[in-house]
Design a protein around this ligand. Sequence first.
Ligand code: CA
Ligand code: CA
Length: 70
Amino acid sequence: MADIQEARKEFDRLDADGDGFVTAAEFKKALAQAGDWNVTDAVAESIIASRDLDGDKLLSFDEFWAYLAK
Ligand SMILES: [Ca+2]
Ligand SMILES: [Ca+2]
C-alpha cells in the first residue's frame, strides 16, 4: 500500500534542511505547517523515538519507510 516515491516526497518535506535525517524539531515544524499546532517538543520527540530503530534520535529515510511499510 505504501509507495516509496510518495514516501520519499513526504520524507523530503519533513527534512527541512535536507541532510537526510528528520529531527524532532523538523517533525514538529512540519506538523505545525500542516496545521497541527498541538504537537509539542515532547510529543514530536516521542513520535520520532517510536520510529527510531537505531536510537540516534533522528529519523532516517529507511526508518521512515520501515514505519510506513509495516
Ligand atoms: Ca534534517
Ligand atoms: Ca535513527
